[in-house]
Each structure stands twice: as structure tokens, then as C-alpha cells.
Design a protein around this ligand. Structure first.
Ligand code: HEC
Ligand code: HEC
Length: 310
């Protein structure tokens, strides 16, 4: 806000002599116009930088339920027990495996989305309420799954389930090439920047839309027109269509987080790029639809998990 006021103040100082020294009405009007134009530009720039909601109004700001759920999970403290991003690692001595389960290993405890909902709302799924063994096990460990029922709206629970679903590690391709891509993507940490399964990335100050684009929808289709561009993004960290564009290049340079160039000696073989291309394409085509289509997807059932890939 202070930046806006001081830049306006500065403009007024520039504007004043112009008003006092004007000779003919015509040149005064022209100077006034220039002053106004400069002021409008400064305002627009300030609004762009300072008010993400203003930017969201102008641009199509994309947000999937899975990403909303991811942010919500961070805000609700889920990651303090389930580890950064829900990837596990927090010790829970006395529990069955000695650690709080990561979200990627839900198979161990959860059979479907109904269970996920009940875990979030009540801390345990209903089918386990009467299970004395289970109770004893849970009570033997210091960290327990809290009940969030009193703190969440129905749509927030939906978003959390969408996030848990995408991050479950059970939406996987079956063909060899994209499968290899999935392994590389996990090693290279693509989703730490692009969000769970590429559902939409983290904030990125200085970038065009203010966040790292995902692989699921319109942002992706604008940035990746064909496989050649996709390959170039992964290998070189950018494409000339954007990095040499007069406006695009300003944001490419200014953004805080940049897309790494993985092709420059950071991959075991050139086929790894083919694998990543195939995997990202598979996510755009199949996984994004599967993760959003049915909240009660069969893919979260261990018995039918084999039917979930293509
Ligand atoms: C105080 C620590 C703690 C917090 C905070 C916490 N959990 Fe848990 N959570 C646990 C523990 C411990 C278990 C294992 C329970 C069991 O054995 O059934 C668990 C189990 C779960 C499960 C089922 C098991 C699995 O494999 O993941 C889900 C789903 C889950 N939590 C989601 C969440 C979500 C979503 C949040 C935030 C809204 C959250 N948890 C916050 C400790 C926590
Ligand atoms: C350190 C964070 C980071 C990591 C890790 C990362 N990316 Fe990116 N990626 C970005 C940023 C930032 C952009 C946007 C760059 C721009 O606009 O100049 C981007 C853009 C892209 C794009 C362009 C289209 C789009 O919608 O995102 C693709 C495709 C892409 N990355 C794929 C990958 C793949 C595959 C991996 C893992 C092998 C990966 N990225 C890892 C930060 C990252």
C-alpha cells in the first residue's frame, strides 16, 4: 500500500510543474494526458504486484479441488503429523509401524473414500469403532488422528478428500514408458513444485499468474502446444515461444522459482525425457480426469487397484 501512495505522490510532483507552466491549452492537455497515463500505469502495476485478487480477476486463475485440499491440509496442521506434503516420516513410537502413516500409503489403513471422510471427521473410520484391538493399538501411541468435524465445512472435506485421493500413490499408469516416467518424477520432485500429481503448483512470486502451473488443465494447454514443447520444458527448463516473448520474458526472468533444466546432465539417459513426456501426457489425459471424476473411485480399493491404470 505504501508503495502505491508514494508512487502516486511522486507522480503528483511531476504533474505540478506541467500544470503551472502550460502555455497553450493544447499542450497542457497533452501533458495532462501523459500524466494520467503514467498514473494509470503505475496503479495497474501496483495492483498487479500488491493485489493477487485483482490479478485473479483479470486472468483465469486456475484452482483444482485437490490443490485447495493441499493448502487446507497445510493450514490445518495435517503435515505436522503426516510429514511435509503428507509424505510421512514423523516418529510415533509405540504405533504399529513406529511412524504416522504417509498419505501415499493409505492402502495400509483405508479401503475407500468413505473411510477417508470418516478419518478426517472423526479420527477413525466407523467400521473400526467397535474394534478393541484397534483401540488398544491407537492408545499405545502418543500421536493420534484428531477429529476435525467441528472445524470443517462439507466442501472443505470434499477438497481434503480430493487431495488425499490425488496423493494416494494409487493413480498410476500401467504402460512401461509412462510408468518409468512416474518413477523419475518421484525422484526428481516434480510434484513438490507442480502440486500433488501436478494438480496445480505452489505460489511463485514474480511469475505471470503468481503460482507454478500444473499439468491438469488450461494453464498447461497454453504453455505446452505439442510434445516438442513438452520435451523442451523438461530438458531446457523453458521454451523460446515464452522466454523470447516481449512480455513473457519479463516474467520468466522475474519469477522466484524457475523450472529446472533436467536435460543438462541431470538424467541417466535421454529416454528418461521420453518417459517423463509420456507420464505428463498421461496425467493430462487420464489421471486428472480420474482423480476428479468420481470421489468414490474404485481406485482406492486395494482389491481393484489393478483396474485403475491404462
Ligand atoms: C496429531 C497428529 C495428526 C494430525 C494433526 C493429523 N493426523 Fe491423520 N493420522 C494420525 C495418525 C497417528 C494416524 C494413524 C491412525 C490409525 O492408525 O488408524 C492418522 C491417520 C490418518 C488417515 C488414514 C491413514 C493413512 O494411511 O493416511 C488419514 C486419511 C488422515 N490421517 C488424514 C489426516 C488429515 C487430512 C489431517 C489434517 C486435516 C490429519 N490426518 C491430521 C495423526 C494425525
Ligand atoms: C523447483 C520447482 C520445479 C520443479 C522441481 C519442476 N518444475 Fe516444472 N516448472 C516450474 C516452474 C516455475 C514452471 C513455469 C516456468 C515458466 O513459466 O517459465 C514450470 C513449468 C513446467 C512445464 C510447463 C507447463 C506447465 O503447465 O507446467 C512443464 C511441462 C514442467 N514444468 C514439467 C516438469 C516436470 C516433468 C518436472 C519433474 C521432472 C518438473 N517440471 C519439475 C518449476 C518446477
Amino acid at each position: 500500500m505504501r508503495a502505491t501512495l508514494s508512487s502516486l505522490g511522486g507522480l503528483r510532483m511531476i504533474g505540478r510543474p506541467a500544470l503551472r507552466t502550460r502555455g497553450t491549452p493544447e499542450s497542457g492537455t497533452a501533458r495532462n494526458l501523459i500524466t494520467w497515463a503514467a498514473m494509470l500505469m503505475a496503479l495497474a502495476e501496483a495492483a498487479w504486484l500488491l493485489f493477487p485478487p485483482a490479478r485473479a480477476l483479470v486472468l483465469s486463475y486456475e484452482e483444482t479441488p485437490a490443490v485447495r485440499g493441499y493448502r487446507l491440509a497445510a493450514g490445518l496442521g495435517c503435515f505436522s503429523c503426516h510429514g511435509p506434503g503428507g509424505n510421512g516420516g514423523t516418529k510415533n513410537p509405540g504405533s504399529e509401524v513406529g511412524e504416522v502413516p504417509p498419505f501415499g500409503a493409505q492402502m495400509m489403513y483405508v479401503t475407500d473414500d468413505h473411510d477417508l471422510r470418516e478419518y478426517i471427521l472423526d479420527g477413525t473410520p466407523r467400521r473400526k469403532h467397535e474394534d478393541a484391538d484397534y483401540k488398544a493399538k491407537v492408545e499405545a501411541a502418543p500421536l493420534r488422528m484428531p477429529a476435525y468435524r467441528a472445524f470443517l465445512s462439507a466442501s472443505q472435506v470434499d477438497d481434503l478428500v480430493a487431495f488425499l485421493h490425488t496423493t494416494s500413490g494409487q493413480i498410476l499408469p500401467h504402460k512401461a514408458l509412462p510408468k518409468r516416467g512416474a518413477e523419475r518424477a518421484a525422484e526428481l520432485g516434480c510434484f513438490a513444485c507442480h502440486g500433488p500429481l501436478g494438480a496445480g503448483g505452489v505460489s511463485n512470486p514474480g511469475s505471470f499468474k503468481g503460482y507454478i502451473p500444473g499439468f491438469w488443465s488450461g494453464d498447461f494447454d497454453e504453455l505446452v502446444r505439442d510434445d516438442a514443447e513438452l520435451r523442451q520444458w523438461i530438458a531446457d527448463g523453458g521454451i523460446p515461444r515464452i522466454s523470447e516473448h516481449p512480455i513473457g520474458r519479463i516474467f520468466v526472468r522475474r519469477q522466484v522459482i524457475k523450472m529446472p533444466a533436467f536435460g543438462h546432465g541431470h538424467l541417466q539417459s535421454p529416454e528418461d525425457i521420453d518417459a517423463l513426456v509420456a507420464y505428463v501426457r498421461w496425467i493430462r489425459r487420464t489421471a486428472s480426469r480420474r482423480a476428479t471424476a468420481s470421489p468414490r473411485s474404485r481406485c482406492s480399493r486395494p482389491s481393484t487397484a489393478s483396474r485403475c491404470g491404462t
